[in-house]
Design a protein around this ligand. Structure first.
Ligand SMILES: *Cc1c(COP(=O)(O)O)cnc(C)c1O
Length: 349
């Protein structure tokens, strides 16, 4: 740390991303990536787009916006794209938090929310989940703050029904409600269409998980046109070129290659359900998951111990140290073949 860093940044507790070891070293199930490559057409396209990189990219992401809006049946003014969804979440903080406006989110959720609260100097109120890791929606009614909820939640995988989301939105008429749908494609439900009905709802999503594009960095927010205009105001004051030309085209191709996308999701959710059944036989308790990962524990073994055992066997999963969840592991669902190896390794503990 230099002596020039402003004091307010000196105490920042940074977000700790999951480990990214060299390819091939581990069966990598620690960061909720998709085990399948992007569609072949995306890979073919890269060489072609590289030729146009001397020209600045389209700040409005026109082709991607057109393709996305028509696929999801929304208007073009209702979506903004970003460099991963973390960036558009930061735009939401910059647009709607600060001064008197703070933010509420569950105590167990995506780690970046509290990092942004610190970075932007916002009071983040952590609302405890119930003992079964579900959300008590009444905790959020009339809470007088921006509400931020990941659905499915991470790292639990638990899905909050759309009717509950709608209740939270209805009961916060004077606050923004942000639903982070990073894993919604694996759950079969999305609050996106509710944004047509409620002017205080923003749905955030990412191409990182379900669309196999974690390394390309593409996220989005959907909401009322005035909200999207707010977020564009932030974007154009910070980095108008936030989504590079290649990523814009890869995003559009991903949406067009719909059979491939749905096939990958189907394979992952089928493997997830098989995997949960197998580890249940081994004495694991797994929270109900609507995501491409499961949150699981074995009452007879410490989480840390299982984590290390798997790691010694070249299988990388995620373990969090927080007290309430220290005996749980978050295991990303990889290919059926990889998950069979995990089952076999767990059965040998
Ligand atoms: C992975 C993840 C994100 C961020 O994804 P990006 O790669 O930045 O698009 C956002 N929210 C949750 C809950 C996530 O798990």
């Amino acid at each position: 740390m230099s002596r020039f860093l402003v004091p307010s940044k000196a105490g920042l507790v940074e977000y700790v991303p999951g480990e990214q070891p060299p390819r091939g070293e581990f069966i990598k199930l620690n960061t909720n990536e998709n085990p399948f490559e992007p569609p072949q057409r995306s890979i073919d396209y890269i060489a072609q787009v590289a030729k146009g990189l001397n020209i600045y990219n389209d700040t409005r992401c026109s082709r991607l916006t057109e393709t996305f809006a028509s696929y999801y049946d929304i208007a073009r003014e209702n979506v903004i794209f970003s460099n991963g969804s973390d960036e558009v979440l930061a735009f939401c903080y910059l647009a709607y938090c600060g001064g008197e406006n703070d933010i509420a989110y569950p105590d167990i959720t995506y780690g970046f929310y509290s990092v942004f609260s610190q970075l932007f100097n916002i009071r983040g109120q952590e609302i405890p989940l119930k003992d079964d890791f579900t959300i008590d929606i009444t905790d959020y009614f009339g809470c007088g703050r921006v509400v931020l909820i990941a659905n499915p939640n991470a790292p639990t995988g638990i899905v909050l029904p759309l009717s509950d989301i709608e209740q939270i939105v209805i009961n916060n008429p004077d606050n923004i409600v942000i639903i982070d749908e990073a894993y919604a494609d694996f759950s079969g439900q999305s609050a996106m269409q509710l944004t047509k009905k409620y002017k205080n709802l923003i749905v955030v999503g990412t191409f990182s998980k379900s669309r196999s594009m974690a390394g390309a960095r593409l996220g989005y927010a959907v909401g009322d046109a005035e909200l999207i205009a707010d977020l564009n105001r932030i974007k154009f004051s910070f980095n108008p070129y936030n989504v590079n030309a290649m990523t814009q085209e890869l995003g559009a191709i991903s949406i067009e290659e719909d059979d491939y996308f749905k096939g990958c999701i189907n394979e992952i959710t089928t493997t997830r359900d098989w995997f949960v059944a197998e580890i249940t036989k081994l004495g694991f308790d797994t929270l109900p998951s609507g995501a491409n990962f499961v949150f699981t524990r074995n009452k007879r073994l410490a989480g840390e111990h299982i984590y290390s055992y798997l790691r010694d066997n070249k299988i990388l999963v995620r373990h969090f140290g927080a007290d309430k969840i220290k005996d749980y592991l978050r295991i990303t669902i990889g290919t059926a073949e990889d998950m069979a190896k995990v089952v076999s390794c767990l059965s040998s503990i």
